[in-house]
Design a protein around this ligand. Structure first.
Ligand code: PDD
Length: 287
């Protein structure tokens, strides 16, 4: 079956799907996006993703002429037509196509693109046993990284540095503070307390992050939303990361140094159990 993509109301073969060269997403990164996990053919946390997408459009003053209902139907249709039950769906909305000019065009409709890619979630469950390594990189991003824009150059460079160092992720550090990863949120555990950077303008408010906080609190675990330093992370009992495509992975090394025992810890394991149970509750998927 050829892969299919959605572009402005049409589902077509991915190889033929395209946007105009003067799409503002290409020229200015003037676009927002969402990535959602699909398991057992069902989109995980769809409602929170939709709320974040609308907020991001609002922050940038982009008008999408597609309401939530039709958007949901089109996303589901694209997933079904691609025939994948375990995949990720990528949705991108740019301010539209217009002659290149920094100021907004007055009458360009937004461009909506969706693609679907098969994803092996079972592999993530295997990684819970080994954990992953992260390196640190300076946080070189702009001041509104709470808005999920396609302007990801600093994230791309940080992720490439991680890859070249044989690590899974780069944690972005500003001054002494660990903010988040290049495409994941960052967490540590110390004396039973689960610590992650607070939302605001310095991190992306991750959907997996939010879900984890709710699950942890529901299980009477202590969560502290506060900045933590790299030194704290280096001396933490445990560390982990979260994202749509993780959704939780133990971090066992930071810049080559073992975190705690250097193996995945019990608090992370408990959170992973809660997370995958929630995935099963929402979607019916089990590894
Ligand atoms: N990344 N922080 C950054 C900078 C991110 O790009 C992401 C998501 C997250 C985690 O957010 P969520 O839990 O909503 O996935 C945190 C996506 C997956 C991506 O860019 O592919």
């Amino acid at each position: 079956m050829p892969q299919l993509a959605y572009v402005n109301g049409r589902i077509q073969p991915l190889a033929q799907a395209s946007l105009h060269v003067e799409d503002r997403g290409t020229q200015f990164g003037d676009a927002i996006y969402e990535v959602c996990a699909v398991l057992n053919g069902r989109i995980l946390d769809w409602q929170p993703h939709l709320v974040r997408l609308r907020r991001n459009l609002g922050e940038l003053g982009i008008t999408l002429g597609v309401a939530d209902g039709p958007l949901t139907l089109q996303a589901r249709r694209l997933i079904e037509r691609n025939g994948h039950t375990e995949c990720i769906i990528y949705m991108q909305i740019s301010r539209g196509t217009a002659k290149r000019d920094h100021a907004f065009p007055s009458d360009a409709p937004a461009n909506l693109v969706m693609t679907v890619r098969r994803f092996d979630f079972a592999q993530r469950i295997k990684q819970l046993a080994t954990g992953i390594a992260v390196i640190t990189q300076p946080d070189n991003r702009w001041g509104r990284v709470d808005i999920k824009t396609t302007g990801l150059l600093a994230n791309v460079l940080a992720k490439q540095a991680a890859k070249e160092a044989g690590a899974f992720e780069a944690w972005l550090v500003s001054g002494e503070t660990v903010r988040e990863g290049s495409s994941t949120n960052a967490w540590i555990v110390k004396d039973g307390r689960i610590i992650t950077h607070p939302t605001g303008t310095a991190i992306l408010p991750g959907i997996a992050r939010d879900s984890l906080i709710r699950l942890a609190q529901g299980a009477q675990l202590m969560v502290e939303e506060r900045p933590f330093t790299l030194a704290e992370a280096m001396h933490a009992d445990e560390a982990f990361l979260s994202s749509t495509t993780a959704p939780i992975l133990p971090v066992v090394r930071i810049d080559g140094q073992a975190v705690g025992s250097g193996t995945p810890g019990p608090v992370t394991a408990r959170l992973a159990e809660l997370t995958w149970n929630e995935v099963a509750r929402q979607t019916g998927w089990r590894a």
